[in-house]
Write a protein that binds this ligand. Sequence first.
Ligand code: XMP
Length: 325
Amino acid sequence: TWTTGNVIEEQVAAIREQVGGSRAICGLSGGVDSAVAAALVQKAIGSQLTCVYVDHGLMRKGETEQVEKDFVAATGVQLKVVDAQERFLAALAGVSDPEQKRKIIGREFIRVFEQAQAEIIAEAGPGEPVEFLVQGTLYPDVVESGGGSGTANIKSHHNVGGLPEDLEFSLVEPLRQLFKDEVRMVGQELGLPEEIVQRQPFPGPGLGIRIVGDITRERLDLLREADAIAREELTAAGLDRDIWQCPVVLLADVRSVGVQGDGRTYGHPIVLRPVSSEDAMTADWTRMPYDVLAKISTRITNEVSDVNRVVLDVTSKPPGTIEWE
Ligand code: XMP
């Protein structure tokens, strides 16, 4: 019979057998899959695992702390945090095209991750080869990609301590037989924080693709505040299960006139995009209570400077995508 206890026991044994006395690396994204995969591997091989978290500065309020503090406290995992905020901001300066943003974020992410990887390899003791890379691949991903797996060739751009040009890793994929809801159950059983286990989908490029216009630190801070207010009120209203995800978008290139406090303002609109969906392929805008929308709107315009208008996106997918970029 299928129980989370059985799955954990089985996977722990399989991971121990696969990794043996070697070392493994796992990238954490803040999402459910990488967190549960890392927690399983940690349970199996403990300090032979090192996790890497690249802080690209595009996460929502509190999310980096969740990984750095709560996840580490819950699992005891060995974590290397790379603060790459300046690097990402510099690479993204002046870029407003969505696909360009994605390309830059993806490229910088790989570079930073590989550098951290090389450092971990250089620090490992003799007789402790770092041969394994942990990935949070789920069953639907396996089916979609035709079932292939095995090794990942990772090109090393950084010649740290005479490492070979091409490093080859075998993949450890302890979630390959699981669906998303099962992964959440396993995560819960492993004692991971609720905020991580129940997290709604959030794009890899993060808030970078929720600023329509170019990305600056000020705009990120502003969007982080507005997003935190929306999430807080949606949770307080008990709507987290009804809503698949709710992107909060800053229209940085748009200004509108408002009247606030002592007079006229010329600020930016924030868009709320609550959607209901089964798989993100199609979606509908969520008919959520007006009083919750009113509360979010009042709070954002009162508490976030430079925002004088909140608008609701009432477009289904198709024709609109879930994200604005
Ligand atoms: P769209 O906007 O295409 O989004 O309707 C569908 C789902 O995918 C997420 N999304 C992304 N996830 N990298 C990601 O990891 C991306 O570049 C990206 N773009 C969209 C989106 O949040 C939604 O869940």
